[in-house]
Design a protein around this ligand. Structure first.
Ligand SMILES: NC(=O)c1ccc[n+]([C@@H]2O[C@H](COP(=O)([O-])OP(=O)(O)OC[C@H]3O[C@@H](n4cnc5c(N)ncnc54)[C@H](OP(=O)(O)O)[C@@H]3O)[C@@H](O)[C@H]2O)c1
Length: 246
């Protein structure tokens, strides 16, 4: 496991957007960031799940979060502009952007991969993070120190049979991170990095490995040290890196 002991106030006064914040790793990240002082913008598909996370943050005494239901598969340019305007009016800037939401798609050979599912996976996993990042850049530039984190996977570093669009989208994620990191290299206030969570006990993992005992993998909450490190000021000088949470 990546080792990092975050001070309780690591993210005080920071505004951090998390996609896929209603479930799995994104939920854990939203709760963890709020517990370390951040105002978290909860973005995701299922409103009820976001509301549950909102309630958990409030019950724990964290800063009041914001909920933005957004389906990354169907969102239009307009939706992203609306989101940016809302955040601009409410906060004026954002300090952190965790691209976490993803679709697994199907596990099948390329030869028989359904092109419609291919498009859906690419839309959610790589096109949406590109558009969201681009639209939010003006708000990120206004932060003293902004951190953009993409989420990759082992199959985004080495292709593996039957992982289809998911694997290819994660290669693209690593590429997008590297291109952006190089572009902001001389910008003092923005850094861009990537996390590979490793096998983690979530619905996606259970869907990908139906025969596996879920208990063999760590819970999302236990892989949070790297998520905190990359969001907080101790990583201000780190840019263009792809790190393992485990
Ligand atoms: N778990 C692992 O072992 C593992 C390993 C390597 C990489 N990862 C990566 O880690 C990240 C989190 O995965 P996870 O395991 O936590 O997955 P998960 O439990 O399936 O959660 C995925 C999240 O993404 C959201 N999402 C899916 N489609 C969306 C859409 N169209 N619009 C908006 N939100 C959408 C889901 O929202 P709803 O619940 O509302 O649908 C959910 O909150 C992903 O990027 C994944 O590729 C995970």
């Amino acid at each position: 496991m990546f080792e990092y002991n975050a001070p309780n106030n690591l993210l005080e006064n920071k505004v951090i957007l998390v996609t896929g914040a209603g479930d799995g790793i994104g939920r854990a990240a939203a709760l963890t960031y709020a517990a370390h002082g951040a105002t978290v913008i909860l973005v995701g598909k299922t409103t009820e799940k976001l509301e549950n996370v909102y309630d958990e943050i409030e019950a724990a005494g964290g800063p009041k979060p914001a909920i933005v239901p957004l389906n990354l598969e169907t969102a239009t340019e307009h939706d992203y502009i609306d989101l940016t305007n809302i955040l601009d009016n409410e906060f004026g800037h954002i300090d952190g952007l965790l691209h976490n939401a993803s679709l697994l798609g199907v596990r099948t050979p390329i030869e028989s991969y359904d092109p419609i599912i291919w498009q859906q996976v690419m839309q959610v996993n790589i096109n949406a993070p590109f558009i969201l990042t681009q639209t939010l850049m003006p708000l990120l530039h206004r932060s003293e120190n902004a951190s953009i984190i993409f989420t990759s996977s082992g199959v985004g570093r080495k292709g593996r049979a039957y992982w289809g669009a998911y694997s290819v989208s994660k290669f693209a994620t690593e590429g997008l991170m590297q291109v952006m990191a190089d572009e902001v290299e001389n910008t003092a206030n923005i850094r861009v990095n990537c996390i590979n969570p490793g096998a983690t006990r979530t619905k996606m993992r259970a869907y990908a490995y139906p025969g596996e005992q879920p208990e063999t993998n760590p819970e999302p909450a236990s892989i949070m040290p790297l998520y905190l490190y990359l969001m907080g000021s101790d990583s201000n000088d780190l840019n263009g890196q792809s790190l393992n949470a485990q």
